[in-house]
Structures are given as C-alpha cells and as structure tokens.
Design a protein around this ligand. Structure first.
Ligand code: WQD
Length: 335
C-alpha cells in the first residue's frame, strides 16, 4: 500500500513510517515541522534504506493535500498531525481547536474529493475521562476529558463516526493510545519535544543527560500502591506496529472502530523511575512535589479488542522502553 502519513516526522509518526517501509509499503510524509525536525526524514532513510516522499506542509492547507493526492496514488491515510501538549492546550484553546479540528476536517474533505476511503486516526486514552474505571474498554463512554487537547480527540472521534454514518463505504480506525514511551533501537528516532518536556519519560531523559537538574514527581499521595500515579506505558515501536495492523484491517473493512493500544498493565511513576535507574545503571535525582492539576490516579487499557480484531499485542518490556529512551536521550544530549 502507499500510505500518506500526516505528522510523519513526529515521534510516533516517524516510528510508524519506519515500520511501514520495513513491511514493504510506500510512505508519503506531510508535516509542517512545528514539532519535528526535517532531519528525521534522513534518519528514516538511514534506518530503512528507503526515503519517503516528504511535503513540508500544513494539514489545514487543502491545496497542499490535493497536490499530494495528485502526485501519489494514496491507498490509505494515517493522521497524526495535531498539537498535543495538554498544558499548552489549556492556555491556548483556540490554537488547539483551530489546528486539530481544521486539520482533520480538511483531510476528510480532500479524501472525499479524491475517493480515498481508509483512515487510521491517532486518538488517545484521554477520551475515557475521569468517570471510567480501569481497565478501559472501547464500549465504555468516551465522551469526557479535562483539557482542550483531549476534547479535540473526543470531537474528531465524533466527526469520524458521523462521517462513516454518511459514507458507509469509508473505514476509520480510531486508535486510542495509552502512554507511548521508548525509542527506535538505532537511537536515531525518539521523543524529543520542543522546549521543556511535559511528559514523564522525555523529562527523565533530559535529567539523566544532565540537561535538567532533577525530576519532580507530581504527588505521592494518590490511592495507589506506592502513592504515585499509574499509567499504561507502551513501547513506541509496539504502537507503530499497531498502526500497520490497523491499516491491514481497514483494507478490507468498512465502518468506524475505536481500538485501545496499550499493554493492559499499570506502572507507577516510581516504578518507572526505578526501572530506568536499574536498567541504565544510573542514579536519577528526583523530588516529590505537589500533584499536577488534571492528573488521574490510575488508568490502563483492556487490550482484548486489539488482540481479537487486529491480532496485535504489545511485546516490548518496561526495561526495553527505559533502555531505548536513554539511548536516544544520550544521542540528543550530544547535539
Ligand atoms: C505521566 C505521569 C504525571 C511529568 C498525557 C496526555 C496523553 C498523551 C500522553 C499526548 C503522570 C507524572 C509527569 C513530570 C511527573 N499525550 N509526571 N513528573 O499525563 O498520563 O498523558 O501525555 O499524546 O494524551 O494526557 O502523561 O507523561 O505527562 O504523565 O511526575 O515531570 O507522570 O503526574 O502521573 P499523561 P505524562
């Protein structure tokens, strides 16, 4: 298949492009580089020996999207392109609603013009909100979240379901990610956000590399075994492979399907910090600070549907995630 990957120079997008190319598919990347570097395309070529076509464009630009579909016979689209910083979305909601919703709607409009009917969408476990009890299942109500970033995921899932109702021959797979961490084994791709990382693992990597002084653990008084929040951390390469399985499923199915991509296990912040120190044989300076607004104590996936429908399950261990994260963080620090 020839697959358009919007946001394909980003953290999850670039790992997915590598898996696509190595599985024999063709990939076309469209990315505005607002949260990614053009050099990622070179690194994808270094890893795979194949260079994806690359368009430095914005997904809100319908003419740019039309050009891609004119120049390539696109069989399916994986849509990653979106802003994704939770805290920033609270401070700048209009920027998030405009960008994330406009991108998704413009993409769907152009896909309809050209007759492309297969879409894999980058959704998030955040759509389950605070009301549901872990393990999260896809048949639970996924209509609540605590920040504009999360609301854009809820709204785009709604848009896709309504679009499929109006176009029953369209297939949309809504992949609900839990907490992707880790990096490609080459050390060439990883999570390297602009500025100070909001997420736990990239922050840990900067502390371990000496670029940040210490980690602050946001609260150790939660109702969990060690008092710190539990999350379902999954290796980004497992997540990338999940996208291939979703594409293969979409190729001969129609309709809209939400599917969790997670390990099914909750891991606490302290467990992750200790695993990172142990597997990388280093000491990570950290302090316990106050809780972060909006954090839920604990959630993880019920991964049954992904196994049954996609034949997918996570295979990498927490140690793999910690080892590969540190390998990438060290490389980043050297730049
Ligand atoms: C994990 C745990 C923090 C940083 C969010 C989005 C989700 C997805 C992933 C985009 C929490 C704790 C963190 C730190 C800490 N985003 N933490 N110190 O909040 O589960 O999920 O990011 O795709 O949609 O909701 O991930 O990595 O920010 O936090 O103690 O410096 O680590 O309190 O318990 P989160 P996270």
């Amino acid at each position: 298949m020839k697959v358009l990957v919007t946001g394909g120079a980003g953290y999850i997008g670039s790992h997915t492009v590598v898996e696509l190319l190595q599985a024999g598919h063709e990939a076309v990347v469209l990315d505005d580089l607002s949260n990614a570097q053009a050099d990622v395309i070179n690194r994808i070529e270094t890893i795979t020996g194949r260079r994806p076509a690359f368009y430095e464009n914005d997904c809100k630009d319908a003419d740019a999207l039309r050009r891609v579909f004119r120049e390539h016979e696109i069989d399916a689209v994986i849509h990653f392109a979106a802003y994704k910083a939770v805290g920033e979305s609270v401070r700048e909601p209009l920027k998030y609603y405009r960008n994330n919703l406009d991108s998704a709607i413009t993409l769907l409009e152009v896909m309809e013009e050209v007759g492309c009917r297969k879409l894999v969408f980058s959704s998030s476990a955040t759509v389950y909100g605070p009301e549901n009890e872990a393990p999260y299942r896809e048949d639970m109500p996924a209509l609540q979240t605590s920040n504009p970033y999360g609301w854009t995921k809820v709204m785009i899932e709604r848009i896709l379901k309504d679009y499929v109702t109006a176009h029953p021959d369209f297939c949309a797979i809504l992949l609900r990610y839990f907490n992707p961490i880790g990096a490609h084994e080459s050390g060439l791709l990883g999570d390297d956000p602009n500025g100070i990382p909001n997420n736990l693992m990239p922050y840990i990597g900067r502390v371990a590399a000496g670029q940040l002084e210490k980690l602050t653990i946001f609260g150790d008084d939660y109702p969990t075994p060690d008092g710190t929040c539990q999350r379902d951390y999954l290796h980004v390469v497992d997540l990338a492979v999940g996208h291939l399985r979703a594409l293969e499923y979409a190729a001969d199915h129609e309709g809209a399907e939400a599917i969790n991509l997670g390990t099914g296990h909750g891991v606490s912040v302290l467990e992750l910090v200790n695993a990172f120190q142990k597997v990388n044989e280093l000491t990570l300076p950290y302090v316990i600070g106050p809780r972060r607004d909006g954090d839920l104590p604990a959630f993880w996936a019920d991964p049954t549907k992904a196994k049954e429908v996609l034949g997918w399950e996570a295979t990498h261990t927490l140690e793999d995630m910690c080892r590969s994260s540190w390998l990438y963080a060290k490389n980043c620090a050297r730049k």
